[in-house]
Design a protein around this ligand. Structure first.
Ligand code: ATP
Length: 349
């Protein structure tokens, strides 16, 4: 493989012919060799961003796409040499697996021996060598996605663009392929842009994640930053589970609510507000220990390795937390809770 590519989107807005503005001017630097995940709900502009990078769509006037600093905005998808994989495999049904993988090589008129060698290498890499002569309709969904990846990588693309490649697969296969794709991308160190609406997939695969909302970047950061330092309530609510407690900030670092009080280390003007924290920052404490909050268990979901508890605090949104299955309190029981002050967040809407 050649040296990985850096991609720069400069003021890339997109307005479609019908006047719909689906991307606000977007400025993103994608580092050479990294996997950048575009995450967000349906319709937020992820696929449009990917298509701008591929050259399948043009940005509005003034927007630029740079590959290693070179302006490629006017270049075709072929000239940009990027590999694409979609949710709907888009394989050629009338060709065998090997013919599908070799398609781009034939188009590029690679010598026959080099084509055979490259196809064999891809079959091996994706662990589908025994399927080489099968036709596409004889393959499972997971096998088809392996062929699609092999076809995209066979031409040695400068970047790999993946649009929800695992969405059509069942949960178990998705988990397996997610691990395989992760290992493959690390090994190849190819610059990858990966579109998904699945936050677990984003966390597992991304070196960095862009959380998108209505054509805008809500936050860009590492999975760790996005999870632990969400920039706003939208991001906090989109990734993982987040508890919200409404109450009042008081002097002296206290936040009070009907269910108790939290020690709040941050500076905040007195007045009504909301604190947020993750389920893993909550623990049950005994009668003789100081409690921050007191509530009543309203649901207890046995998950095998742990039990998820839903606790009523007399607020609009109940609290979610996990505890060891063997020490789980019963539904209806009152629980005394401590919240790790390190996990408390006060966020803008
Ligand atoms: P999904 O996960 O559903 O594919 P997405 O985040 O990838 O969503 P996009 O496919 O980028 O979102 O679409 C963003 C918005 O642009 C949507 O509201 C969509 O209907 C609109 N859109 C996409 N293509 C066109 C087009 N050619 N003309 C007009 N509007 C379009």
């Amino acid at each position: 493989m050649t040296a990985p590519l850096s991609i720069h989107l400069q003021a890339c807005a997109k307005t479609f012919a019908d006047g719909t503005r689906v991307l606000e001017p977007l400025d993103v630097q994608i580092k050479a060799g990294e996997t950048l995940v575009l995450l967000g709900p349906s319709g937020c502009g992820k696929t449009t961003t990917l298509r701008l990078i591929a050259g399948l769509e043009q940005p509005d006037a003034g927007g630029k796409v740079l590959f290693d600093g070179v302006d490629v905005t006017q270049q075709s998808i072929e000239a940009r040499n990027v590999g694409m994989v979609f949710q709907s495999y888009a394989l050629f049904p009338n060709m065998s697996v090997a013919e599908n993988i070799g398609y781009g090589l034939r188009i590029r008129k690679l010598p026959a021996a080099a084509q055979r060698e490259r196809v064999a290498e891809m079959l091996e890499m994706m662990r589908i060598a025994p399927l080489a002569d099968r036709s596409i309709d004889q393959l499972s969904g997971g096998q088809r996605q392996r062929v699609a990846l092999a076809r995209a990588l066979a031409v040695r693309p400068r970047a790999l663009l993946l649009d929800e490649p695992l969405t059509a697969l069942d949960a178990q296969l998705r988990d397996t392929l997610r691990v395989e794709i992760n290992q493959l991308l690390r090994r190849l160190a190819i610059t990858t842009i990966y579109v998904t609406h699945d936050q677990a997939e984003a966390m597992a695969l991304g070196d960095r994640i862009i959380v998108m909302s209505h054509g805008r970047v809500a936050q860009m950061g590492t999975p760790h930053e996005i999870y632990h330092q969400p920039a706003n309530r939208y991001v906090a609510g989109f990734i993982g589970t987040m508890n919200r407690v409404q109450g009042e900030y008081r002097d002296g670092g206290l936040f009070t609510c009907p269910a108790g009080r939290l020690r709040w280390p941050g500076a905040q003007a007195s007045g009504a507000g909301e604190l947020l924290f993750r389920p893993e920052d909550v623990s049950i404490v005994g009668e003789d220990e100081p409690a921050d909050l007191v509530g009543t268990v309203t649901a207890s979901l046995y998950l095998g390795d742990r039990t998820r508890l839903i606790v009523d605090l007399g607020q609009a949104q109940p609290l979610t937390m996990d505890c060891l299955a063997r020490s789980a309190p019963a539904v209806g029981q009152s629980v005394r809770l401590q919240v790790d002050p390190q996990g408390l967040l006060a966020l803008a809407a």
